[in-house]
Design a protein around this ligand. Structure first.
Ligand code: 6PG
Length: 243
């Protein structure tokens, strides 16, 4: 699966009864990893997934007991990818996170690192790369990156056949997604695969076949996520696991 990315990482699959159980597990993992990172390094650097699956987990994080379990003043939120639309557009991943989480917890505005996709795609990507490098500092590692799985095997906005899959230097790219006839801005594999923890959230029968293909090491973008010195955890519900 992939080449050169298979590092020493723990690749673990956990299956939950339903989407609610998956969301609870995701929120619990977020709280635990936040505590660990803040205790170890004074802050928690996390990239949020877009799409619809993470909604329930973000909503949970904004409610008790989860909200009070996180020192939001030490959390720095980024995104794994963004659609090239204004931040108040219905398709915006930022808007989804704002509605479900950001408006409901006390996170300082300066800690919310939005991809400014109202700019031209290349400009947005270059600006985000600068912001990422400034925030992540020398070792340039996220503590946690949350990812989803598309039915075509994409993750973040890394789609099958995309040149971006071969990027080894840039951390953020603007990508034109032919099948969607739309521009996206996305983190690249170099930054995803240096994260301390990567957690996929996969829910629903529509993902079962794709997940099975990833697990069978078919060359799909999601299968190229192999943290070189990190932990890879797949949180699934029974439907996605094909049970
Ligand atoms: C996006 C996401 C994308 C998403 C998958 C799964 O911007 O859409 O980053 O990679 O995680 O497409 O989306 P669902 O959770 O909606 O199935």
């Amino acid at each position: 699966m992939g080449s050169g990315w298979r590092g020493e990482q723990l690749n673990e699959f956990r299956v939950y009864e339903d989407a609610a159980g998956l969301a609870t597990a995701a929120a619990e993992n977020f709280v635990v990893l936040a505590r660990e990172a803040i205790a170890a390094r004074g802050r928690f650097l996390v990239a949020l997934a877009g799409g619809s699956t993470p909604r329930a987990a973000y909503e949970l994080l904004a409610t008790e007991p989860f909200a009070a379990s996180v020192d939001w003043t030490r959390v720095h939120l980024f995104w794994g990818d963004e659609r090239c639309v204004p931040p108040d557009h219905p398709d915006s991943n930022y808007r989804m996170a704002r509605e479900t989480l950001l408006d409901r917890v006390q996170i300082p505005a300066a800690n919310v690192h939005r991809m400014r996709c109202e700019l031209a795609p290349q400009q947005a990507a270059a600006a985000y790369e600068r912001e990422l490098e400034k925030a992540l500092g020398e070792d340039g590692r996220f503590d946690l990156i949350l990812l989803g799985l598309g039915t075509d095997g994409h993750t973040a906005s890394l789609f099958p056949g995309a040149a971006a899959l071969g990027e080894r230097e840039r951390r953020v790219l603007a990508v034109y997604v032919e099948k969607l006839k739309a521009w996206r801005v996305t983190l690249t594999l170099p930054v995803i695969n240096t994260a301390r923890h990567v957690i996929f959230l996969v829910s629903g029968t529509s993902k079962a076949e794709t997940l099975a293909r990833v697990r069978a090491s078919e060359p799909l973008p999601a299968g190229l996520v192999q943290p070189v010195a990190g932990r890879l955890l797949w949180l699934l519900d029974k439907d996605a696991n094909g049970a």
